[in-house]
Design a protein around this ligand. Structure first.
Ligand code: NAD
Length: 540
């Protein structure tokens, strides 16, 4: 109970550090990478604040050097999953009865710890475990996660302030933004440390307790951050981390009557399977579970003949290949007019030739390895497809002998409905289709109808009328639509993120729209002088 209306500090975006040679942060990350590379971490499940070592272990290896074991991950069995749910349920009354200010304070403190003393540790774990360059780790694990925690607290305050506009004389109307009537299941993907933590902490900020299943391949950074949250004072049982392969954890959790929400990011196939299971279990639940999922993408860059070819090529290089194309927002299908093609092609090919690829511990590398052998094999099959049915202009090979290295590849196809233009590859493979300048109008329809996804897309043009017309025609082709920019790099508080169609429920991570899914409002009407006579005046 707070005796005051406290204000959440106004959030600002966490500065992104440069890691330029000679900088303090560069010295710190190099030392921390060296330290972490020399240890093998035992990663437990975290249940009710206790570390649980089950002894059923899988190894977590470095994508850049797959014989290098970073951690031994203790997997949950049915008993641990059950205990995690019970812990979440038991922690709910105390956590949900804290004021927003008290809950926010935990996450604001977490952001301060991450911004300062924990930064290098979290970034190094993300670099080693997920093969991110220092810049990619910094914008994800450090900057974006600080932003999620600070901005979400600010958005939660706005939601609480949302009250019925009218209370007539003698009546007081109020809205109470209750947490959900059960626990939330958070399921996270390998590719963003910040997303993984936002999936479990956004519902927690709104007063919910969670069972969280990180991807086994990002277990190292997730475990470091689970410890940071303990250090920040998150009470036991609010966040229960259960490690495991998908269905081993998913099935028992989704079968539990107290499931009140699913907060998911990952592939479309997995999300649809989870949704189906929830549908089948519907009659067993105490309440209709909230289902929020951000899923796959086949993100486009569409250039009009009036586009600036030099900047466009940079957008393809950064938007397509940073983090090996393993961003849900990564540019993957490119539509270019014949008149711009020669210049853009040459610039992209020259850029790829200048990329350095290798172990992310060498800070001069721009491209690392893909996440694991499964991804490597999938990408290798797409390279085979490209070599056999497209013109490969750069890259085209893969080498898994030391790490899971897939060359940044740029291909051109003759058919805009080629599989390389339609399917989510989730790797460093970008495909272009070149259209006759005069067929701009048909190209808009092609872009809109080629893939089932609608996550991100970028339009490149200088002509204002073209921009307005294309933005309207492509209204449903992308949840995040960029004009003369790359389709990656959304920033919390600036570009709320999410897509529709097969790309998700579009509940915009890092915004009030997402947080609203984790509350179930109760309306209160209080009448100070209730009527004493049941007869209305019209009765005479
Ligand atoms: P994935 O679907 O393979 O796995 C995501 C998570 O789901 C993992 O933790 C996995 O273990 C878990 N899972 C799988 N089956 C399960 C089950 N039956 N029950 C419970 N959990 C289960 O995805 P991934 O390879 O980790 O991530 C890549 C995908 O994520 C891509 O499709 C990408 O587009 C998408 N993604 C989307 C966004 C977005 O905002 N739209 C952001 C990041 C990633």
């Amino acid at each position: 109970m707070a005796f005051g209306t406290f204000r959440i500090p106004t959030p600002v975006n966490e500065p992104v550090l440069s890691y330029a040679p000679g900088s303090d942060e560069r010295g710190a990350i190099v030392a921390e990478l060296d330290r972490q590379a020399r240890e093998v971490v035992e990663i437990p499940c975290l249940i009710n604040g206790e570390q649980v070592f089950t002894g059923k272990v899988v190894e977590v290896t470095a994508p850049c050097e797959h014989r290098h074991v970073l951690a031994r991950l203790h997997l949950a069995g049915p008993k641990e999953v059950q205990r995690a749910i019970e812990a979440a349920e038991a922690a709910r009354p105390a956590w949900s009865s804290l004021d927003l200010a008290a809950r926010s304070a935990v996450f604001l403190k977490a952001a301060t710890l991450l911004s300062g003393p924990w930064r290098a540790r979290v970034n190094a774990a993300t670099m080693l475990g997920q093969s991110k360059t220092v810049h990619q780790a910094e914008i994800d694990a450090a900057a974006e996660l600080c932003d999620f925690w600070r901005f979400n607290s600010h958005f939660a305050e706005q939601i609480y302030a949302e009250q019925p506009p009218v209370s007539p004389a003698g009546v007081w109307n109020r809205l109470e933004h209750r947490p959900l009537d059960g626990f939330v299941f958070a399921v996270s993907p390998f590719n963003f440390t910040s997303i993984a933590l936002n999936l479990c902490t956004a519902p927690a900020l709104m007063g919910n307790t969670t069972v969280w299943k990180p991807a086994t391949t990002s277990a190292l950074s997730c475990w470091v951050l689970a410890q940071l949250l303990q250090d920040a004072g998150l009470p036991p049982g609010v966040l229960n981390m259960v490690n495991g392969h998908g269905a081993d954890v998913g099935e028992p959790v989704l079968a539990h009557p107290a499931l009140a929400g699913l907060h998911f990011t990952g592939s479309t196939g997995t999300f649809q399977a989870l949704w189906r299971t929830i549908g089948e279990n519907l009659k067993h639940y105490r309440t209709y579970p909230r289902i929020v999922g951000e899923t796959g993408g086949k993100d486009f860059i569409l250039a009009h003949p009036t586009a600036d070819p030099e900047a466009l090529a940079v957008a393809i290089l950064r938007g397509g290949y940073e983090f090996q194309g393993q961003k849900c927002s990564a540019a993957s299908r490119i539509y270019l007019p014949q008149s711009l093609w020669p210049e853009v092609r040459d610039r992209v090919v020259a850029g790829i030739a200048a990329f350095k690829q290798g172990d992310v511990r060498d800070l001069s590398n721009f491209v690392g390895a893909v996440i694991d052998e499964r991804a490597f094999n999938k990408h290798s099959a797409y390279l085979e497809l490209a070599r056999s049915s497209a013109e490969v202009l750069a890259g085209g090979e893969a080498d898994g002998s030391v790490g899971w290295f897939v060359e940044p590849t740029f291909a051109r196809v003759d058919d805009p409905k080629h599989r390389l233009m339609e399917e989510e590859i989730f790797g460093p493979i970008v495909t272009a289709w070149v259209y006759p300048d005069a067929s701009w109008d048909q190209v808009l329809s092609t872009v809109d109808s080629t893939s089932p996804y609608a996550l991100t897309g970028a339009l490149w043009a200088r002509d204002r009328a073209v921009i307005e017309h294309a933005a309207a025609r492509l209204r449903y082709a992308a949840g995040n639509f960029y004009i003369n920019d790359k389709p990656t790099g959304a920033v919390v508080g600036q570009q709320p993120f999410g897509g529709s169609r097969a790309s998700g429920t579009n509940d915009k991570a890092g915004s009030a729209q997402n947080l609203l899914r984790w509350v179930s409002a109760r309306t209160l009407k209080e009448t100070f002088d209730p009527p004493k006579d049941w007869r209305y005046p019209f009765l005479g």
